[in-house]
Design a protein around this ligand. Structure first.
Ligand code: GDP
Length: 450
């Protein structure tokens, strides 16, 4: 079944010390390894307590050996798992001995999972879900990655592909038999099916967007004039004292980053140096860094001291592009609150908070979550990547091109062609169509041993 001749080895558990350390070997030479290292024939799916020998017949460790006979293993190839004591020196020693056996080499990052994909044990979204499950930063992200790993995402894609194939068959038959009495292309069925497919695409797009948010979250940059309360807001949002809070202007010179979750969605918060004109070289560098972060942010919270009227126009004047801006009117606890007098442009969202008392902070969190369209925990959430959404958008664009070709030009051939392209974009997601470059990009981001 396997498409590989060489046998690969890697430590499956993280480097360092642990109760148990696991070494995984995949490929056709597992028995050869067993002959040298545990000196016994392999029995599939039996856990054997055994000494581990080096190539000079010295016992170097003892533990459990488990063998999974092809094709009933993770990679679809023969797999031997050696579970020894979790000391790095020991594990390295066992691996170095095994590497001296001919035809065995170190696995590349993600190579076990890549083999599982190439041997049809899992598809591409499931392979990606393994990495996302391991890297999940919240319970919700882990649950969603598990749903994707169990094939939920692939099922949604394949159902859509099935609808497109059904329509392709119908349209192509209508083109092939133009002399039929009935005008199949305009009998209403094609139009109905197209509308249903459009609806399915819309659902899939929104589920995929949620999946991306669960994985990558949103980047929020806190900006504003010195002393507006930026660091205090970062600390209040994160619940930690990450940034220094003082009433001395220009204290935050470098950027400070914090990561929190809102209902499972990661929120990457970045506090920046106060925006002002300054001669101080270090502060200038900090302000340059702030602008870099602002450019790549999903949202910029422009913090204003609501006791100072002059702050608004001054702070806003730093921003030519106000699209990502939300005004945060801080220090709502102060008596000399001048919010009424602040001349705030009505097209910009504003939220009132007090970093001192915590008033309005939960409101701000809710606002951030909603601004990304994140709906929160859902039993059937899937995990997704930008690559998936790009393919879905491309597939959708071609579907719409085909729909227009039918509606405006009655061009059945064009519709059939566009449906075919649309389907191929969806097939890229599950890996039915995939280039070597794409596979390298995906699997090289895994850790070794996965
Ligand atoms: P930054 O320079 O914008 O990061 O501002 P800081 O977070 O360092 O705060 C500047 C000053 O304003 C400090 O003395 C804070 O204690 C004070 N401050 C921050 N937020 C509030 C607030 O909501 N209410 C009041 N009364 N003072 C605040």
């Amino acid at each position: 079944m396997s498409v590989h001749n060489d046998t690969i080895i890697a430590q499956a558990t993280p480097p360092g010390k642990g109760g148990v350390g696991i070494i995984r070997i995949s490929g056709q030479h597992c028995q050869k390894v067993a002959n040298q290292i545990i000196k016994q024939p392999l029995k599939s799916r039996v856990a054997t307590f055994t000494p581990f020998y080096d190539l000079n017949n010295n016992v170097i460790d003892q533990g459990i050996a488990i063998f999974f006979k092809s094709p009933n293993s993770f990679t679809g190839e023969d797999i031997l798992e050696l579970q020894g004591h979790g000391g790095q020196v020991l594990l390295d020693l066992i691996i170095q001995n095994i590497l001296k056996i001919p035809d065995i080499r170190m696995a590349k990052p993600g190579e076990f999972t890549e083999r599982a994909f190439l041997n049809d044990k899992i598809d591409l979204t499931q392979a990606e879900a393994i990495a996302d499950l391991i890297n999940a930063s919240s319970i919700e992200a882990a649950k969603s990655a598990m749903n994707s790993l169990q094939g939920e995402f692939s099922k949604k894609i394949n159902e859509l592909v099935k609808q497109i194939i059904y329509l392709r068959v119908y349209v192509e038959a209508a083109i092939d038999f133009p002399e039929e009495e009935i005008d199949f292309l305009n009998d209403g069925k094609v139009k109905d099916t197209l509308n249903k497919i459009v609806k399915s695409f819309e659902n899939l797009k929104s589920e995929t967007k949620q999946g991306i948010l669960l994985k990558d979250g949103m980047k929020v940059v806190i900006a504003g004039k010195p002393n507006a309360g930026k660091s205090s807001i970062l600390n209040k949002l994160s619940g930690k004292d990450s940034a220094i809070v003082t009433d001395i202007e220009g204290t935050t010179r470098d950027i400070v980053k914090e990561h929190i979750h809102i209902d499972g969605m990661p929120l990457h918060i970045i506090d920046t140096a106060g925006l002002r004109d300054t001669e101080d070289k270090v502060e200038q560098l900090g302000i340059q860094k702030a602008w870099k972060e602002i450019e790549s942010a999903d949202k910029v919270l422009l913090i204003l001291d609501s006791s100072k009227v002059t702050d608004v126009q001054d702070s806003l004047s730093y921003f030519k592009n106000k699209e990502k801006l939300t005004l945060i009117l801080n220090k709502s606890d102060l008596k000399e609150n001048n919010v009424q007098k602040l001349n705030i442009p009505h097209e910009i969202d504003t939220i009132s908070v007090s970093a001192k008392t915590g008033d309005g902070i939960n409101n701000l969190k809710k606002y951030l979550k909603n601004s990304m369209g994140y709906t929160g925990d859902n039993e059937s959430n899937i995990i997704a990547r930008q690559r998936h959404l790009d393919s879905i958008n491309n597939a959708f664009e071609h579907l719409i091109n085909g729909k227009l070709a039918l509606e405006e030009l009655n061009a059945g051939e064009l519709l059939a062609e566009e449906l075919k392209i649309s389907q191929s974009y969806l097939d890229q997601i599950t890996g039915k169509f995939s280039s070597d470059d794409l596979l390298t990009e995906i699997f090289s981001s895994f850790c070794i041993g996965k």
